[in-house]
Design a binder for this molecule. Structure first.
Ligand SMILES: [Zn+2]
Ligand SMILES: [Zn+2]
Length: 327
């Protein structure tokens, strides 16, 4: 099968012809149709995640069709989505407490397990989500991480009416549609002078959109920081009211600069959101179908994965970058 492989830190992905993966009990073999590109894939390329098992096939927002199954509940022919959470132990304290996103022995698609930048993917059937046969693969793929992580982060903004989104890319433009559907307001903070991101935020109904160096026109109840930039944490705290929360949605962030305690004073909170639970996934995909969420996508062939990643890195993607692997 054709695959894009990361062989060492700091390298571009290499195109390789690999044998199709075999499957074990409880697994399915999936023919990949599309795989969306996530900022986490850039952190993987840059060696910013712990214990990367080189060589690794990235990609954790996969839509495809089951072509072979060793799992009764998921027979061949089904359309599925494969997210970042690829395995949990079911036994550690986090799994037992309903926090499988924090599992001590979790496996992650496109990181500790092979991902979807390839024609075929073996996955544990218990962590796949059903995807409607009529849905577009490239439009659905970005929901599987960007959408899901945004949704989990939004769940931590309890009671917030006015929500700041710092970094207006894949996750934020999907979450913006959920926030508007729920009759709440979002404020989009972009890189300075990022006209495309500001225009896309306005087209989705932003109450305000502008540079992250600016203050919004009103106090926010909560803010979600998607950009991997630590300096945005004190910036977001400054914009959030007493009792408000700043949620960090990325897996990696540059160091957070020192800031005066008064920014945190007033029972403001800073917290992170990590991974997803399967319940998050089911709830989010039901909601996304009801809204309905429409991801803005820029589609690349599998072999152009490096170009898609570099465009994401330099802020030249509006919405979500998606690799189209097969029709
Ligand atoms: Zn566990
Ligand atoms: Zn992701």
């Amino acid at each position: 099968m054709r695959a894009m492989v990361l062989e060492a830190p700091g390298q571009a992905l290499s195109f390789r012809n690999l044998p199709e993966p075999g499957i074990g009990q409880g697994q399915v073999l999936i023919r990949v149709q599309a795989c969306a590109v996530c900022r986490t894939d850039l952190h993987l390329l840059d060696g910013e995640l712990a214990d990367i098992p080189y060589p690794v096939i990235p990609g954790h927002q996969v839509v495809g069709t089951v072509v072979e199954s060793l799992a009764d509940a998921l027979p061949a022919g089904r359309r599925v989505g494969v997210p970042w959470l690829g395995y949990t132990c079911g036994r550690c304290r986090y799994c037992r407490d309903g926090l499988e996103n924090l599992c001590d022995r979790a496996g992650f698609t496109g990181y500790t397990r092979p991902g979807g930048y390839a024609e075929y993917l073996a996955a544990d059937a218990r962590y796949c989500f059903p995807v409607d046969k009529a849905a577009s693969a490239t439009d659905t793929a970005p929901l599987l991480c960007g959408g899901l992580i945004g949704f989990r982060a939004l769940g931590m903004c309890t009671g917030a009416e006015h929500i700041g989104l710092y970094g207006f890319g894949s996750a934020a433009h999907i979450l913006a549609q959920i926030i508007r559907y729920q009759d709440r307001s979002f404020y989009a903070f972009t890189r300075p002078n990022d006209r495309d991101a500001i225009a896309s935020a306005r087209s989705l109904g932003a109450a305000w959109a502008g540079s992250s160096e600016r203050m919004p026109p009103r106090e926010l109840d909560a803010a979600i920081v998607f950009a991997p930039v630590g300096a945005l944490v004190p910036a977001a705290l400054r914009a959030v009211r007493k009792g408000g929360v700043v949620v960090c949605g990325g897996i990696h962030m540059s160091p957070i600069p020192e800031f005066p305690y008064e920014l945190l004073w007033g029972e403001r909170q800073v917290r992170s959101v990590a991974n997803l639970t399967r319940e998050d996934g089911r709830a989010f995909l039901r909601l996304a179908a009801r809204v309905p969420v429409a991801a803005m996508t820029e589609v690349f062939p599998l072999t152009a994965a490096n170009e898609a990643l570099e465009r994401l890195r330099s802020g030249r993607i509006t919405g979500s970058a998606v690799l189209s692997v097969a029709s």
